[in-house]
Design a protein around this ligand. Structure first.
Ligand code: 5RP
Length: 222
C-alpha cells in the first residue's frame, strides 16, 4: 500500500532529524508514528556502522528499537543524554508543544529535559498559531485522580479520564481541555505542582529545534 501523504511527511521530518545523530551519542527515542520513522532510520544507520546507544520513552518504542537492533540502555544511571528526537501533537512558533496523545508524556518529558538537544519532528499539520486545540494530557497516580481532576477544574480545565488506558508506569491519564491556553508556561508550572499529577504533556522549554515537513520541503525552526 502506498504511504499516506502525511506519513511521507512524517518520515521526511524524522529522517532529516536523524541526520544530526553522530557516532558515540546516546539518543532519546520518542514515541508515536513520527518517532517510529526516526527509530527506523536510526536503526538503518546503526546497521551501517553508526555507533549509538539509546533510551526509549515507551515500551512500544523500546520494542521497536530492540526488534530493529538498536542497543538500548537504562535511563536510571544517566544524568544526561546527547540528543532526543520525538513527535508532537501541536507546536507553536516559539517551539512550545502539546505532547502525549500516545500516553508517553511523562517519560518523554524526562528524556527531553535530560537531552542536551531535543528535536521535535512533525508534519505541517502539527504547527499551530496557538496551543490548545488538543487537550493537555496529565499522567496521574490512580488513587489521586479525583483530587487531581478537582485541582485541574480549579485551574479552568475540563479533565476527562482516558478510558481503558494505563501508562507504562501503571497510571491513568486525564485529558484536560482548557478554554484558553493564554500562558502555557504558567499552566505547565501549576500542573506540575499538583500532588498526584506525575507529569503532563505541555512542553514549554524543552524543545530546541523543530524539523517540520511541508509539501515544499523540510523547514527547520530553532
Ligand atoms: C506520544 C506523543 C507523540 O509524540 C505525539 O502524540 C505525536 O504522535 P504522532 O507522531 O503519531 O502524531 O507525544 O506520547
Amino acid at each position: 500500500m502506498a504511504p499516506s501523504p502525511s506519513d511521507a511527511l512524517k518520515r521526511a521530518a524524522a529522517e532529516a532529524a536523524v541526520d544530526e545523530v553522530k557516532s558515540g551519542m546516546i539518543v532519546g527515542l520518542g514515541t508515536g508514528s513520527t518517532a517510529a520513522f526516526a527509530i527506523e532510520a536510526l536503526a538503518r544507520k546503526a546497521r551501517n556502522g553508526l555507533d549509538i546507544r539509546a533510551v526509549a520513552t515507551s515500551e512500544r518504542s523500546a520494542a521497536q528499537a530492540r526488534a530493529e537492533g538498536i542497543t538500548l540502555i537504562d535511563m536510571d544511571g544517566l544524568a544526561a543524554i546527547d540528543l532526543a528526537i520525538d513527535g508532537v501533537d501541536e507546536i507553536d512558533a516559539r517551539l512550545r508543544a502539546i505532547k502525549g496523545a500516545g500516553g508517553a508524556m511523562l517519560r518523554e518529558k524526562i528524556v527531553a529535559a535530560a537531552a542536551r538537544r531535543m528535536i521535535a519532528v512533525a508534519d505541517v499539520s502539527k504547527a499551530v498559531d496557538r496551543l490548545g486545540q488538543r487537550p493537555v494530557p496529565v499522567e496521574v497516580l490512580p488513587l489521586a485522580q479525583g483530587y487531581v481532576a478537582a485541582a485541574i477544574r480549579a485551574l479552568g480545565g475540563d479533565p476527562a479520564l482516558r478510558a481503558g488506558t494505563r501508562t507504562d508506569q501503571g497510571n491513568v491519564i486525564l485529558d484536560c481541555r482548557f478554554a484558553a491556553l493564554d500562558d502555557p508556561a504558567a499552566l505547565a508550572d501549576r500542573l506540575a505542582a499538583i500532588p498526584g499529577a506525575l507529569g503532563h504533556g505541555l512542553f514549554v522549554t524543552e524543545i530546541d529545534a523543530l524539523y517540520l515537513a511541508t509539501p515544499g520541503g523540510i523547514v527547520v525552526r530553532a
